[in-house]
Design a protein around this ligand. Structure first.
Ligand code: AKG
Ligand code: FE2
Length: 356
């Protein structure tokens, strides 16, 4: 690529353009680096008869037995659910949605101030670009560590323009509370003492990943986000503009999730699968692209502090259900998860006890 064009598109050292800028160029054929051949199509037929469970938080909190059972089954069988009546102030949601949309539509000159340093997770840019040959995803992202507040990057967080920073701060605190409420409810449905899980989540660690998926003239040949499971304990996803794109793996099929306005899509990550000794499941998911509309999502990841050690919760290990996973430090889990040698393999399989 011509370095001048690269510069205009906002590339890093590895010549990775901003997809948002690339998608503004007149184009009918997508550059080869973005073409992902042989993708499994979604199973629309399955999705019309089976939808990810919709859970009402109000009912859960008022101890509605049916809803608690539905919630337990969602965590066991789907690893995903949509949460309604979650009690988060609609104006907090509106503010964060508007700010994120405005951020992605800022001129490149402004967004470039946040461009990721090579190898960094945080900042504005792309998902792990490590080589010139690597296939790229059709998405830009903005990733920040939000909680505990002392982990905030002093070169990044304070530079986020107002009122975006303020919107992120109040949204982050509301989601931290929601995460703790859900973990407590999980302890109840798993019939364990709340503290067995909660003590790991004191001073919860939280990061936000804002994803921007521009429209693409060849949507079936590109991928917004490759299939993956989330590393942390609980992900709370807000879909900003009610555009479809998230698909989850269910019984070997890709099932699209229909967005509901202001509902959260919540999923269990690898660390919670380990803590629940495999009872609650961390499920693979991906983001697809459409040809007309830009899609924006905000994934907020929650997990125990980096210095904690995780393993199956002792009361969930029984003679009938021996420990499925080894104990491991949280920081080591993330290190393994993000290591470049996995080649698509899940790090959960690396910590799984063979023949358990
Ligand atoms: O954009 C989406 O719907 C999925 C995002 C996601 O899976 C992630 O950021 O980990
Ligand atoms: Fe994810």
């Amino acid at each position: 690529m011509d370095p001048q064009i690269a510069n205009k598109l906002g590339t890093s050292l590895l010549l990775v353009p901003s997809v948002h800028e690339l998608a503004k160029q007149p184009m009918t054929i997508v550059p080869e680096r973005y073409i992902h051949p042989n993708q499994d199509p979604p199973s629309v037929e399955f999705a019309t008869s089976h939808q990810v469970p919709v859970i009402d938080l109000n009912k859960l909190l008022s101890e509605d037995e049916n809803e608690l059972e539905k919630f337990d089954l969602a965590c066991k069988e789907w690893g995903f659910f949509q949460l309604i009546n979650h009690g988060i102030n609609p104006s907090t949601l509106e503010k964060v949605k508007i700010s994120v949309e405005e951020f992605f539509s800022l001129p490149m000159k402004e967004k470039k101030k946040f461009w990721q340093n090579q190898g960094d997770l945080e900042g504005y840019g792309q998902n792990f670009v490590v080589s010139e040959e690597q296939k790229l995803e059709w998405a830009d992202l903005f990733y920040i560590f939000t909680l505990p507040s002392y982990v905030r990057n002093p070169h990044l967080f304070p530079c986020i323009p107002q009122p975006f920073r303020e919107a992120v701060e109040s949204y982050s605190l509301e989601l931290e509370k929601l995460c703790m409420t859900i973990i407590k409810l999980m302890a109840k449905t798993l019939k364990i003492k709340p503290n067995e899980l909660l003590e790991l989540f004191e001073d919860v660690s939280q990061a936000m990943r804002m994803n921007c998926y521009p429209p693409c003239p060849q949507p079936e040949h590109v991928i917004g986000l490759n299939p993956h499971s989330d590393a942390g304990a609980l992900t709370i996803l807000l879909q900003v503009n009610d555009t479809e794109g998230l698909e989850i793996r269910k019984d070997g099929m890709w099932v699209p999730i229909k967005p509901f306005s202001n509902a959260f899509v919540i999923n269990i990550g690898d660390i919670l699968e380990i803590l629940t000794n495999g009872i609650y499941r961390s499920i693979e998911h991906r983001a697809t692209i459409n040809s007309e509309k830009q899609r924006i999502s905000i994934a907020t990841f929650h997990g125990p502090q980096m210095n904690k050690i995780i393993g199956p919760t002792p009361s969930l290990v029984t003679p009938d259900r021996p420990a499925l996973f080894k104990r491991i430090g949280v920081a080591d889990y993330y290190k393994g998860y993000f290591s470049r040698e996995l080649n698509g393999k899940s790090y959960l399989d690396v910590v799984r006890i063979q023949n358990a």
